[in-house]
Ligand binder design. Structure first.
Ligand code: UDP
Length: 197
């Protein structure tokens, strides 16, 4: 089949191009979609974290991120087709979203990192509609979180990227899933730190 089972998480086995095309079509159709990236570290965390496993199981696609998953595929005799990681996907996704005129919201990383990233992205992808961004240090306060979610919802974003590290970002997306109105939600780990460099 199209999936590989590693530590009870079903990992989607397909190409980067297919992943990007599929995501962009989900954005276009406003289909409620949750995706995550599973690398060896994330799956190790999931072994002792039922909430993270539940998030992966709830997700529409969990992408095969990195060499640890490739090795697992080899051991399971199910070759992993592609290394579908956030760093390689990001420029392809930004280009496709810009072309489509899709509205994107970025949540996560330290304030200076996310601020710098947005400035840089506006230069690199002039067509990209960044409708909002917020740092990832919101804290536990219910009101603080609801304030940020309100801001996200009011932006009318069509895709939300959350970069607060695993498992915090997945817990956050699960906890507030019913309050977030953005159709497509992606958790992307430390991606913004890489992009902002
Ligand atoms: N982060 C955040 N809020 C927090 C803790 C971390 O936004 O409360 C951000 C941090 O600034 C970094 C990312 O989450 O950008 C975590 O990166 P890391 O490489 O640790 O995550 P991984 O890729 O391993 O999931």
């Amino acid at each position: 089949g199209n999936n590989i089972n590693v530590f009870n998480t079903s990992i989607w086995n397909g190409s980067m191009q297919n992943a990007v095309d599929w995501l962009v079509s989900r954005v276009q159709q406003h289909r409620k979609t949750t995706v995550a990236f599973a690398n060896a570290n994330n799956l190790n965390i999931s072994v002792n974290n039922a909430a993270l496993r539940e998030h992966y199981s709830y997700a529409d696609r969990v992408f095969a991120d990195g060499s640890g998953i490739k090795l697992a595929g080899k051991i399971l005799n199910k070759p992993v087709l592609d290394n579908v990681n956030g760093t390689d996907m990001f420029p392809l996704l930004c280009k496709a979203l810009a072309k489509q005129g899709a509205k994107v919201y970025f949540l996560g990383a330290q304030k200076n990192v996310i601020d710098n990233m947005v400035v840089q992205l506006k230069q690199d992808y002039p067509g990209l509609k960044i409708v909002g961004h917020h740092h990832g240090y919101i804290g536990e306060g219910e009101l603080d979180n609801l304030r940020v979610i309100n801001q996200i919802n009011r932006s009318n974003a069509e895709i939300l990227l959350v970069a607060m590290g695993t498992p915090m970002q997945e817990h956050w997306l699960s906890k507030f899933a019913h309050k977030i109105q953005v159709p497509v939600r992606m958790s992307v780990g430390g991606l913004f730190d890489f992009v902002a460099k």
